[in-house]
Design a protein around this ligand. Structure first.
Ligand SMILES: [Zn+2]
Ligand SMILES: [Zn+2]
Length: 95
């Protein structure tokens, strides 16, 4: 079970995620990455990460330009750091 919150960057980009960049669900543990090609945040399960070893690719576009991401990291759209603010009352329970 995880608690997702919505965060918004100054540029308008929004992401629903766990602030720490990793979370656990019934289906396993997930990590969040920033894809340089999609300019988006993607979640990949620990199982897939283990299977991919050093060839981890984006599940959306297949790019290998992935970087570990948490809410304090750079925004994938505008490349600024630490710009995300939590939107109050936006907690969503996921399991
Ligand atoms: Zn991608
Ligand atoms: Zn931004």
């Amino acid at each position: 079970m995880a608690q997702f919150k919505t965060y918004r960057c100054k540029c308008g980009f929004e992401v629903q995620t766990e602030p720490l960049g990793h979370y656990s669900l019934m289906s396993g543990e997930y990590y969040t990455f920033r894809c340089h090609k999609c300019k988006d945040i993607v979640s990949i399960s620990a199982e897939d990460i283990a299977l991919a070893a050093y060839n981890l690719t984006c599940p959306e576009c297949g790019s290998d330009k992935l970087e570990c991401w948490s809410v304090n990291s750079q925004c994938p759209k505008c490349n600024q750091c630490g710009t995300f603010v939590e939107i109050p009352g936006s907690i969503m329970m996921v399991d």
